[in-house]
Design a binder for this molecule. Structure first.
Ligand SMILES: *Cc1c(COP(=O)(O)O)cnc(C)c1O
Length: 359
């Protein structure tokens, strides 16, 4: 049994260990080995609880046997597979979408230039931009977390690069194609549209790539494709951006095992639709059965208003019962009363509902 680290909840859970594909936790204060343990519902990171497609596993294993060789720097086979999957677009790849975001910022933004971020949202945009010496401008969303296009356009006016996440992490809401298009035609800089959860919603932003030269669509294999551990991200980019991106990118960033697994995953036309159908079903159930207000979501997670408790307090109480969720207190501009809960396996969602509804 391997010890599990990295949860950072040492005040409540003494230690965690992995067994039979599950994580178990021992309560703080419980002395005996194996006593007071519980199976942990992992609903904090928006992962896909299903294992990767067997095709991804097989291709990854095969590539591992040739691990003595450097990978193809341009990840040509993966780009080819992406074209087969999506159509004749231009792509760049990276170490997770986080890696793509970092490289896009390095490609486009000089120190002192402005980066605009529609908040509250995923905090990595701001962090990566600051690391690059950019000046970050946060543009608040409306109180229902929809994007106020007028204020977004005003705030993004002098920005070299702007970030908009849809479906948005952590609020879950989807920005309409019309609103994105209005933004694209009104700003002078680039727009990075983060589509990490796009498979779980009804909106397809890809057609915008055909009409706009200032759009980057970020995608990941970490969520719907069940490959979070392999760190594979990519983006739809305008053609002119490909060579600039390649110059700014770390050489050989994406390893050959991950690239091969991604190709295998794209070749499995059932894994994602099955995942999406399952998530939509279970998401509906969680929204209907939770006693606290749950926000509408186009993603594989929901945000819950846990007032009068704070997100931290609720997350700690849930963890005492073996349910790991994300307190949203660290998302700037959101306020203290929210948690984000991934749609997990059926038993995980049921445990979450049992515990929160009994509080
Ligand atoms: C998970 C996530 C990503 C990136 O995931 P990677 O694992 O780095 O590919 C990007 N944006 C948002 C909003 C996410 O939630």
């Amino acid at each position: 049994m391997a010890k599990e680290s990295g949860f950072g909840y040492t005040s409540l859970v003494r230690d965690c260990y992995r067994s039979g594909g599950y994580v178990f936790a021992r309560r703080a204060g419980s002395a005996g080995e194996g006593k007071e343990t519980c199976r942990v519902a992992r609903l904090a990171s928006n992962e896909n609880p299903r294992p990767p497609s067997p095709r991804a596993v097989e291709m990854g294993c095969r590539a591992l046997r040739e691990g003595n060789r450097y990978p193809d720097e341009r990840t040509g086979d993966l780009v080819e597979a992406l074209r087969e999957y999506h159509g004749p677009y231009h792509f760049v790849t990276g170490v997770g979408m986080d890696g793509v975001i970092e490289t896009v910022i390095r490609t486009l933004v000089c120190p002192g230039e402005r980066v605009a971020v529609s908040t509250p949202t995923f905090s990595f945009y701001g962090l990566a931009a600051i690391a690059q010496g950019a000046e970050v401008v946060n543009i608040p969303r409306n109180s229902d977390f929809s994007v106020d296009t007028t204020s977004f356009i005003r705030g993004a006016k002098d920005a070299k690069l702007s970030f908009l996440c849809t479906p948005n992490n952590p609020t879950g809401n989807v920005t309409s194609l019309e609103d994105v298009e209005e933004i694209l035609t009104s700003i002078s800089g680039m727009l990075f549209l983060d589509n990490a959860y796009v498979e779980f919603c009804d909106t397809d932003y890809r057609p915008l790539m055909k009409k706009h030269e200032n759009l980057v669509l970020g995608r990941t294999f970490s969520k719907a494709f069940s490959l979070a551990g392999l760190r594979i991200g990519y983006a739809f980019v305008p053609e002119w951006l490909v060579s600039c991106y390649m110059r700014a990118a770390t050489p050989f960033a994406l390893n050959s095992v991950s690239a091969a697994a991604a190709i295998g995953a794209l070749g499995d036309r059932e894994h994602v639709p099955e995942t999406v159908a399952r998530v939509r079903d279970l998401r509906k159930k969680v929204i209907e059965e939770c006693r606290y207000p749950v926000f509408p979501s186009g993603a594989n997670f929901v945000m819950v208003d846990v007032s009068p408790l704070t997100g931290r307090e609720m997350a700690d109480r849930l963890l005492e019962h073996g349910v790991l969720v994300r307190s949203c207190e660290s998302f700037p501009g959101l306020g203290p009363h929210y948690i984000r809960v991934s749609i997990g396996e059926e038993w995980e969602n049921a445990l979450f509902l049992d515990v929160i509804n009994a509080l």
